[in-house]
Design a protein around this ligand. Sequence first.
Ligand code: GLU
Length: 467
Amino acid sequence: MPMRIRTRFAPSPTGFIHLGNLRSALYPWAFARSKGGDFILRIEDTDQERSSLEAVEVILEGMHWLEMDPDEGPIYQMQHMDRYREVLKQMLADGSAYYCYMSEDELNRLRDEQMANKQKPRYNGFWRPESGKTLPTPPKDVNPVIRFKNPIGGSVIWNDAVKGMIEISNEELDDLIIARPDGTPTYNFCVVVDDLDMKITHVIRGDDHVNNTPRQINIMKSLGGTPPVYAHLPTVLDESGEKMSKRNGALSVRDYQKKGYLPEAILNYLARLGWSHGDVEIFSKDQFIGWFDLEHLGRSPAQHNPEKLLWLNHHYIQNGDPKRLAQLCKPFADQQSINIAQGPNFEAVVALLKDRANTLLEIVEGAKLFYQDRPQLSSQQIQENIPENIRPAITEFREALKTQEAQSKEQVGALLKTILTQHNLKMPALAMPIRYALFATTQTPALDAVIAVLGKEEVIERLAKIG
Ligand code: GLU
């Protein structure tokens, strides 16, 4: 039977996820989906001081928004404490881990000495049991840590799916602390136990974890496990070439939601941020899943390009179904206190505005025009913006509206054209004053479309004010 592919996203819930973090979820998700496997969400919350439930919410919300819901999880590491303790006990018993009583002070002294001798600071194996070695009696006043008995000699080799062959000599690795003096297990140890217990076959994660990998592989092997395939993704850089981070001003996923980005645009954008399928830039979620593979992951850092994201968002808005877009725009309209119940059909307004909008927020900004009160133009405003010589044409247009069909922009366009010909006018000469009469501004989308959306009764009302 072929091995069932199991991947995981293992964020630490510290309150903020930016696009780079989300990409670390996207690829394992896509890989599991493309192989008919399982995608697991594991919350690495053992750093209790920095972790919060609210941060977990943010992660879940972001993943749900992009429709990357896990098949299993969220699974919390804090709920595995008993299991970690059990494995620690087993390792102490089988000799792959040992108690180390070196105090904080002694460790510091050791480090200072090594630094003074220009050596790399590392634990010297003082409490490491070896055959034929007699260990001193443990001091009573020191709570011991537990250290992993790292193999001596040889090296750790893995074929990273992104970075290729990596070999780290065991000489580089000292005996890692896997439980603190208070007995709590440490990060690298918990990751290994979980990856093993969860039967993870592919660890796809940020390359800031490359250094942890040889240690994790050693621990995993000592537990009798087979290391998974590792794929370490290069960093995502921000616009200025810095590592993307909150500190450098990266936006959180929620910010993109609030600005009116569509999830499919974000997904498409993130998919391309470090992976490619030829030079195809626009693809659906299903295409992405169909095409995704580890072979085409980029090897160099990807750089965030906000303009490209905006361009993709525009693409998806322009091609979006007005009904769905209108649904998505409603909360934005509420936030801006736009009462879409009073005024033209919202879906029609959205359909009119979507071609030019980059974000949902821009659609809603544009929609305001249609839901404002009728303009109350002063006689001075009328005088300045609606030239006397155009008024007969406007009046005639208003009269024509009363008797003619004007539901579609084509019908309105035909009416306008007739008036233009009769009065020997060019479109702007008539369109600008009409726009002003309708909205007290000349900044509106195409007049024929605007009139069709506003509805002829309303247009007749508004034009009557300047008659
Ligand atoms: N919790 C780690 C992080 O947020 C990820 C660990 C892993 O993927 O192995 O960076």
